[in-house]
Design a protein. Structure first.
Ligand code: C2O
Ligand code: CU
Length: 564
């Protein structure tokens, strides 16, 4: 039987059996159908028809407590209407009603309290489930009770205050929903946004302001009325036919003849990308999930899974005004491609005078950097490791559940959230091995909360050039095995106290996989401290917000804003 992957995935009965048993022509090799959206032709967006927009930067209130200054940011999770496809409105559910949500920009060492108010409808129309939320700041070494633990949920008309330490080096983080079993639908509905932690090194070495452009890439499929459609192919994943960048379909960005920095987040719930420039010019990789790489690495194309952040530079100075260069997606195995999923966005080189003059905060480079800065994760060597752990990513073909070493989040729930994959000591360095044993049918972007890791090896060889920087998500491709070297640092300067640590999630960041049910947890130090559900529960939102004290050690976040 020669069925296309899309046909196979679309067949309910086969879907229920699981597609693992079928021999499928794998994607990454061509288009398998024109589209999957049900939009009328006049409502179907066309590539390069709209301009790129940057999400607004979220304002904050300057606050003070006994530890010094901190910032209070507030977002309200609520319904909104987005203009994505021509002629129709798309309901979204986002932070401040926009998708992606507003960008948070914070200098290193600035303590932050993020207040998240759940004013969503009772049910998420896509999942049909109660619209509870749990907010995870992905890339932050937060305490477990502020880490978006899947079962630490806020209900409609609740709020939760999340404290973030921000002592880590500069990086592109993102905040997104992590609600148990509906993370995929909640994030797909719009609950995702970038968060930029800045520091001196990053400001010195990389473009800023106008030349520092966040790109959040997602894919979507639409119903005829313009609302988001959802089909996760028996939890294998959702592959939309429309590529959005910052919420707009295949947009165009006008650029000056200068070097630009792009902070690229793949916030697709399942799709992975293989990005390249249409003229073959290099993407100069300068930062990964955990911030600056020790050395800039030019690449022709690279594999970019969900939740990974890569920052790369493009030099437009060599091109005449009027040149267009497209950002393309060559795709990877086990994605489903449509007519236009090979396109992401377009850059159009314009005269400096065609764009507003640079603000004081804007700056770029006159040439591409070479040496950048190292980091704790990238300085580790295998000799530092005093422990190891092995993880198998697999799928139970009877229950259709994705699992980690035969275990799932249901096991964690059944244990009263006590079950652990492993337990490590604060500041311990360990080498973890992650093996994809799902028979060539799936890739898994594995995310470990709390830590930055170094990809020590990939299939026994050196990692790819572009992943030689601090990471918190690793693309574990079909039949691949990766080794990860990491230090379980809880607080700034290693100031670990007995009260730091606790339980942290580890999971696949293909969100339908995560929800069904490829997630478990590990503990750092004492698993009983900082209970992720009980230590800082949500509260009812009466518009009054009693103060809670700074929960981290005094070494975390000095309130010293010399860095601002
Ligand atoms: Cu971005 Cu546990 O997730
Ligand atoms: Cu997965």
């Amino acid at each position: 039987m020669n069925v296309s992957r899309r046909e196979a995935l679309g067949l309910g009965a086969l879907g229920a059996l699981g597609v693992a048993g079928l021999t499928l022509p794998m994607a990454g090799s061509g288009v398998e159908a024109a589209s999957i959206s049900k939009l009328a032709p006049r409502n179907m967006p066309k590539p390069y028809g709209v301009k790129l927009v940057r999400p607004p930067v979220l304002p904050f209130a300057d606050m003070e407590d006994k530890d010094g200054r901190y910032r209070l940011y507030t977002v309200t999770e609520q319904a909104g209407l987005a203009s994505i496809v021509p002629g129709l409105k798309t309901p979204v559910f986002g932070y401040n009603a926009i998708a992606p949500g507003p960008t948070i920009r914070v200098p290193q060492n600035m303590r932050v309290k993020l207040r998240v108010r759940n004013q969503l409808p009772a049910l998420n129309p896509i999942s049909g489930e109660t619209f509870n939320t749990s907010t995870h700041l992905h890339g932050s070494a937060s305490l477990p009770q502020y880490d978006g633990y899947a079962d630490d949920v806020a209900h409609k008309d609740d709020y939760k205050d999340y404290w973030y330490p921000n002592w880590q080096p500069a990086r592109t983080l993102w905040y997104h929903d992590h609600n148990v079993h509906t993370t995929a639908q909640n994030a797909y509905s719009g609950l995702a946004a970038q968060y930029h932690l800045t520091d001196r090194a990053e400001r010195e070495l990389l473009p800023q302001g106008h030349y520092d452009v966040p790109l959040t890439i997602t894919d979507a499929m639409f119903a005829a009325n313009g609302s988001l459609a959802y089909d996760d192919n028996s939890h294998s994943g959702l592959w939309g036919d429309v590529i959005l960048v910052n919420g707009r379909p295949w947009p165009v960005l006008q650029v000056k003849r200068k070097i630009y920095r792009f902070r690229v987040l793949n916030a697709s719930i399942a799709r992975s990308l293989r990005l390249r420039l249409s003229n073959g010019a290099p993407l100069v990789m300068v930062a990964t999930d955990g911030g600056l790489m020790p050395k800039a690495r030019p690449v022709a194309d690279y594999r970019h899974a969900g939740a990974e952040r890569y920052e790369w530079l493009v030099d437009f100075s060599q091109y005449p005004v009027g040149t267009t260069i497209d950002l393309q997606n060559l795709s990877n195995k086990n994605n489903v491609d449509y007519d236009n999923t090979n396109k992401v966005m377009r850059f159009e080189v314009v005269a400096d005078t065609a764009l507003p003059p640079d603000s004081a905060a804007s700056k770029t480079l006159s040439q591409m950097p070479d040496t950048l800065v190292s980091s704790d994760a990238m300085s580790l060597t295998s000799a530092d490791s005093t422990g190891s752990f092995y993880m198998r990513l697999e799928r139970d073909d009877v229950t259709n559940q994705f699992q980690i070493s035969g275990k799932s989040w249901e096991d964690v729930q059944a244990s009263g959230h006590q079950a652990l994959l492993t337990r490590v000591q604060p500041d311990q360095v360990q080498m973890w091995t992650v093996e994809n044993r799902t028979g060539g049918g799936w890739f898994h972007p594995l995310h470990i909360h709390l830590v930055d890791f170094q990809i020590f090896s990939r299939n026994g060889r050196a990692p790819f050039d572009y992943e030689r920087g601090p990471k918190d998500v690793v693309y574990v491709g079909e039949d691949e095995t990766v080794k990860l070297l990491m230090k379980f640092t809880l607080q700034k300067g290693g100031g670990n106290t007995v009260n730091a640590g606790g339980r942290y999630m580890v999971h696949c960041h293909n969100l339908p996989h995560e929800d069904h049910d490829m997630m478990h947890q590990f503990a750092v130090g004492d698993p009983a401290v900082n209970d992720p559900i009980l230590a800082a529960p949500c509260k009812e939102d009466y518009g009054e917000y009693p103060d809670d004290g700074w929960p981290y050690g005094s070494g975390d976040g000095s309130g010293d804003t010399a860095d601002a």
